[in-house]
Design a protein around this ligand. Structure first.
Ligand code: C5P
Length: 323
């Protein structure tokens, strides 16, 4: 719990993790699977405003638009949705959303009774296979956008083509390319093969908005985390949670994030919908989660009491930040 209290203050280091998680972290640093070589500088003492402006300017939301090789030759310019994600909701509402909720899948959201509060937002973002059915009281039942990693598309266990949780919403998929963002290499050897299922789904359901995040966006987010952290972070992409938070900051005027930075309900229960216990889900092993969370707490504009009781962070949308 002392580590959680440090997170509430935004001051953390790998040395606060259990030895098991420290060892796992070191193995990921040593294997450097995605060939990360960070060339930027380190400025870990930026103010919240400077940090917000860096995120706004450096990490521009970008999806695969089919205009680059090898996607252009494969006809992706006509396969991807005709409206870019940034414009999708502007057309319908004349502007992007006012209030948005990002609901992480952490076990700590169980027994929170946050469902009504979450559903009162204009848009709600959820992750991967996290259900709402049977959990409405704690997580709500509205879903506007779902971010899915490539395993959801590649692994038949998730029943991506038939499960109702992926229908009637906007889908945003991602998969880590090599750090140098070689799209040819990415296309021939993604982490999990999302391209086939994506093309098939686009052809079957051309009216459902379904995007793939550009890998340069994912690694730009990683660069900002490393650039604002003194320690060497894991050379692996940020978690879906961090990506989703930044995505919603690009689409909304205000963003509430639930149980990303853990509340007093903090638990080793990995997901609210599964009986699997592992502290790595909350504190990170593969993903640089601890550092992501510290960064988010540094730009949190809500009071600590919101963190304690609701696990809630309040962030400004980029359109409201004047840099
Ligand atoms: O596990 P999954 O990636 O589907 O969960 C969605 C996101 O919720 C994670 O990427 C992570 O950012 C966040 N999460 C968390 N603590 C947990 C489980 C998930 O912060 N215990």
């Amino acid at each position: 719990i002392s580590l959680i209290k440090r997170l509430w203050k935004g001051r953390v280091s790998a040395g606060m993790l259990s030895l098991r998680l420290q060892r796992a972290m070191k193995e990921y640093v040593n294997s450097n699977k995605h060939h990360v070589s960070y060339k930027g500088n380190r400025k870990p003492t930026q103010s919240a405003k400077e940090l917000l402006c860096e995120l706004k300017n450096q990490a521009r939301l970008r999806t695969v638009d089919g205009l680059e090789q090898p996607f252009s030759s494969l006809g992706w310019a006509r396969l991807v949705p005709s409206l870019p994600l940034e414009q999708l909701y502007k057309k319908e509402n004349k502007r992007s959303f006012k209030t948005c909720a990002v609901v992480t899948s952490a076990g700590a959201i169980l027994r929170s009774r946050l469902g009504k509060e979450i559903d009162a937002h204009d848009a709600v973002l959820r992750f991967n296979a996290a259900p709402t059915e049977d959990y409405e009281r704690d997580v709500g039942n509205k879903t506007t956008i779902r971010i899915i990693n490539s395993q959801i598309l590649a692994n038949p266990r998730h029943r991506f083509n038939t499960s109702s949780i992926y229908k009637n919403i906007t889908l945003v998929a991602w998969d880590p390319a090599p750090y140098a963002v070689n799209l040819h290499k990415w296309y021939t050897s993604p982490d999990y093969n999302l391209f086939g299922p994506y093309m098939e789904h686009r052809k079957l359901h051309p009216d459902q908005p379904f995007y793939i995040l550009h890998p340069s966006y994912v690694w730009q987010l990683w660069d900002v985390i490393q650039g604002n952290t003194e320690e060497d972070i894991q050379p692996n992409p940020p978690s879906s949670g961090f990506i989703g938070i930044l995505l919603m900051m690009a689409l909304c005027e205000q963003v509430h994030v639930y149980e990303y930075i853990p509340s007093m309900r903090q638990t080793d229960l990995c997901h609210y919908h599964e009986t699997y216990y592992d502290a790595a889900c909350t504190l990170g092993a593969y993903h640089p989660l601890l550092y992501e969370k510290s960064l988010i707490q540094r730009i949190n504009m809500g009071p600590v009491s919101d963190l304690e009781r609701k696990g809630r962070v309040t962030l400004p949308g980029f359109s409201t930040v004047n840099c």
